[in-house]
Design a protein around this ligand. Structure first.
Ligand SMILES: CC(C)(COP(=O)(O)OP(=O)(O)OC[C@H]1O[C@@H](n2cnc3c(N)ncnc32)[C@H](O)[C@@H]1OP(=O)(O)O)[C@@H](O)C(=O)NCCC(=O)NCCS
Length: 139
């Protein structure tokens, strides 16, 4: 398994990983929006390759205060082999290099696999907080 930074030529394969792993596709996942994200901090968007094809991905971001990890997904046939954990570890390494003090991951309450993974990796759920979101304009 090889891990590397995402590039736009990976978009279709990554989109397939998102869809096949069951991740919810959001308006911000269009090719155009991903291009904007990559131009901002593409070094935090990772893919895991096996035999030349992409089997896992994690989209990271740093807002200047906190690091965020989004869209961690591994193709069903490649799950439970440590790929998700390796992606998070690599992401943490890159965040530490940027001196990011804390990283967050927003995980649905009923997502047993993802919650287990993040908790195993030392992420602590904050039961006091509820994520609030608001769409702006046409975004
Ligand atoms: C969550 C996900 C990325 C995990 O990827 P993965 O490569 O299978 O994870 P790992 O093999 O690194 O697993 C690490 C640990 O997480 C936990 N875990 C992973 N999958 C699990 C599952 N289905 N049930 C319970 N625990 C699970 C286990 O503790 C596991 O360690 P173990 O295999 O030694 O028991 C993968 O299940 C996935 O793509 N899910 C669908 C998409 C999704 O919901 N993403 C998260 C959005 S926040």
């Amino acid at each position: 398994m090889k891990m590397r930074q995402f590039s736009m030529k990976d978009y279709e394969q990554v989109r397939r990983v998102w869809e096949e792993s069951g991740l919810e596709i959001r308006p911000g996942d269009s090719k155009e929006d991903v291009r904007r994200k990559v131009a901002r901090d593409g070094g935090l968007f990772l893919v895991a390759e096996d035999g030349g094809s992409i089997v896992g991905t994690a989209m990271g971001a740093w807002d200047g205060r906190r690091g965020w990890i989004y869209h961690l997904g591994v193709l069903p046939g490649h799950q439970r082999k440590g790929i998700g954990s390796e992606l998070v570890k690599e992401f943490e390494k890159r965040m530490i290099a940027k001196r990011v003090p804390k990283v967050n991951a927003s995980v649905f309450d009923d997502n047993v696999a993802s919650r287990a993974l993040f908790e195993k990796m030392g992420f602590v759920p904050d039961r006091r907080s509820v994520l609030h979101g608001k769409r702006l304009g046409s975004g």
